[in-house]
Ligand binder design. Structure first.
Ligand code: ATP
Length: 438
């Protein structure tokens, strides 16, 4: 399948089946903001829950946090974002559209919109933070920012959490939340948007131990992505060269996926040194040192950050899972999502709408729901079409209630990927599914 074709197919499938809609669509849409529909919100929650479990629940050395989006404006001065969180912007003097100067097309001197050559203005730096006002007065003193990363909420809470959770360095703080960037050239569906979610973890270590922890987290995060079922041939690391490093970073690696539009980052692992804590200490006048209880040594910890874009990772999951296959002379579309991630786990169908089969199927469907296994009841249309509808949204199993069910109490369970069908007692379906979800 040609690459751009795959993106078109994903945009269309996710809209048609209730995964992702354009924001404010009835008004023509908002520039690069997207809404997650009934299935999209489930996939996103499953992804975030999986991250939270690996990063917080399964570890003793990482604590969770949910900090506010609005923060004291000094935070963004101390962090360097007011001064340095910028992209170079150029404007075409013919069509007046603005672009990121470092886009390959723009670098070649031709306007991507009107095609005019060599009509770009000199690049100027454009700050990506959204500004607004806190309180009823709209003046400079009331200016605040929507956070462009969740990390700063973690730094300003470093001592609160270390003290209350009685953690010792090395330890980390994890958070999932919205971030906002006024991107000059957003695009590629949910890849680059102006409102998105990040799942970030800041790991505080003793200076000198940072490189070792950096390597550990790099390996850990790559293994986690592979554990989501993403093909490892489509994953790689990319090391930042000196000209790519963010203003706070000593060392940085991206985890990249081969998207239909090329290899691109969807998670960054950064060695942020003591840059952020030291800057907040200086600006706030509050000590942000850690005192080692054994040696009484005082130091400002170094930070190893893992920063994953939730929406971008969701795009990775969709792009990696989408496939088209020929089955009995027909094309079927399958989202081969890992069962643990799939929004719906089971489709439940009565083979025909008579002989008491719908009642039996509804009972089974309700039993699955009670057991917290997301299930979808469908009695409409030919059985083949019902299967196809579930394949297309990634439902791993379909249970069919047929004539034999009323005789011996068994149903068929069809596997999305192998198409194999097994007969199982209707009262065993919950256990059967639970065993496979782990
Ligand atoms: P890029 O170079 O693509 O702009 P970045 O290097 O600025 O990304 P980071 O600041 O390291 O990105 O942010 C960490 C993660 O947050 C990224 O790997 C990505 O998954 C996600 N992210 C950043 N900007 C956006 C955006 N505009 N839309 C969606 N996700 C984003």
């Amino acid at each position: 399948m040609a690459a751009p074709d795959l993106m078109d197919k994903l945009v269309s499938l996710t809209k048609r089946r209730g995964y992702i809609f354009q924001s404010s669509e009835i008004y023509g849409g908002t520039g690069s903001v997207w809404d997650y529909g009934p299935l999209g919100v489930e996939l996103k929650r499953n992804l975030k829950d999986r991250w939270w479990r690996a990063m917080v629940h399964e570890r003793d050395d990482v604590e969770g946090l949910d900090a506010a989006i609005l923060m004291h404006p000094s935070v963004w001065e101390a962090s360097g974002h007011v001064e340095g969180f910028t992209d170079p912007l150029v404007e075409c003097s013919n069509c007046h559209r603005r672009f990121r100067a470092d886009l390959p097309e723009v670098d070649g001197g031709q306007c991507p919109t009107c095609g005019t050559r060599d009509a770009f203005s000199e690049p100027r730096l454009f700050n990506l933070m959204f500004k607004t006002f806190m309180g009823p007065v709209e003046d400079a003193a009331a200016t605040i920012y929507l956070r462009p990363e969740t990390a700063q909420g973690i730094y300003v809470n470093f001592l609160n959490i270390q003290g209350t959770a009685r953690q010792r360095v090395p330890f980390g703080i994890a958070q999932i939340g919205k971030a906002f960037r006024n991107e000059i050239t957003p695009g590629n569906f949910i890849f680059r948007t102006r409102e998105f979610e990040q799942a970030e973890m800041q790991f505080f270590v003793k200076p000198g131990d940072d490189e070792e922890w950096f390597e550990r987290w790099k390996a850990e995060r790559m293994a986690w992505h592979e554990g989501l079922g993403i093909r490892s041939t489509k994953l790689r690391f990319h090391e930042h060269g000196p000209d790519e490093l963010a203003h706070y970073a000593k060392n940085a690696f991206d985890i990249e996926y081969e998207f239909p539009f090329g290899w691109k980052e969807f998670e960054g692992i950064h060695n942020r040194t003591d840059f952020d804590l030291a800057r907040h200490q200086e600006r706030s006048g509050k000590r942000l040192e850690y005192i080692d209880p054994a040696s009484n040594e005082r130091f400002v910890p170094y930070v190893v950050e893992t920063s994953m874009g939730v929406d971008r990772t969701l795009l990775v999951l969709l792009a990696d899972a989408y496939r088209e296959e020929e089955v009995e002379g027909e094309t079927r579309v399958v989202l081969g999502l890992q069962p643990q991630l799939a929004p719906l786990k089971v489709g439940v169908f009565p083979l025909v709408k008579k002989d008491g089969l719908p009642e039996l199927a509804i009972k089974l469907h309700e039993g699955l729901r009670k057991a917290a296994i997301p299930s979808f009841y469908d009695a409409a249309g030919a059985i083949g079409r019902r299967y196809r509808r579930q394949d297309e949204v990634g439902t791993p199993w379909c249970v069919t209630v047929d004539g034999q069910t009323s005789e011996d109490g068994t149903v068929t369970i069809r596997d999305r990927d192998t198409l194999e069908q097994v007969r199982v007692g209707a009262d065993q379906v919950v256990t059967w599914v639970r065993d496979r979800l782990g």
